[in-house]
Write a protein that binds this ligand. Structure first.
Ligand code: SF4
Ligand code: SF4
Length: 168
């Protein structure tokens, strides 16, 4: 299981993750209200997750993942949380006809490490988890990954299609 080693103190200082202003933007796919098709197991947590009302910076109302503990900043599912959480600030997107892992520069951690570091972690995900996705998994997440893309996300690693002979 691939988990990007984002320092906890950096996340507690930043406080952007696990809280959301829009239920369909940057939320884990497993918690997204519009997602009703079964997701590949890599993108699920060990229990179903959802979004609950919460309070954000400057007391603005926000949503939060129901596995998030605001006082401690901890994820109660840590270690068995969904791949889209485990990979961040890498984001799985579908761009120009193919899947790729892209870096979200809005995360402060994205500028703390060199691009080679994120490429290494992207390769680990490709080799340990992506290869176990089949064609039906791919079709189930293609539209989600396409909607996830943003123009400022920086491409890190192209992911081969699951039936690609290189995976055999
Ligand atoms: S945006 Fe980056 S630094 Fe901020 S909480 Fe999320 S992972 Fe941590
Ligand atoms: S599953 Fe954990 S890491 Fe993912 S959004 Fe919820 S609290 Fe955050």
């Amino acid at each position: 299981m691939v988990i990007l080693p984002v320092p906890g103190d950096l996340c507690r200082e930043c406080g952007l993750c696990c809280r959301f202003s829009d239920p369909e933007v940057l939320t884990p796919w497993a918690a997204r209200p519009s997602v009703d098709a079964p997701l590949p197991v890599q993108f699920l947590a060990k229990r179903p997750i959802g979004l609950v009302d919460a309070v954000g910076r400057m007391d603005l109302p926000v949503l939060a993942c129901d596995a998030f503990s605001a006082p401690s900043g901890h994820c109660s599912l840590w270690g068995a949380h969904p791949a889209d959480c485990r990979l961040y600030p890498l984001v799985l997107v579908h761009r120009d006809g193919g899947f790729l892992l892209a870096l979200d520069p809005d995360c402060p951690y994205a500028s703390r490490e060199p691009r080679t570091f994120f490429k290494l972690w992207a390769e680990r995900f490709r080799d340990r988890e992506w290869v176990s996705l089949g064609p039906s998994d791919r079709s189930r997440i293609r539209d989600l990954a396409a909607s996830e893309d943003r123009p400022h996300y920086q491409a890190v690693l192209s992911l081969p299609e699951p039936e690609d002979p290189r995976l055999g």
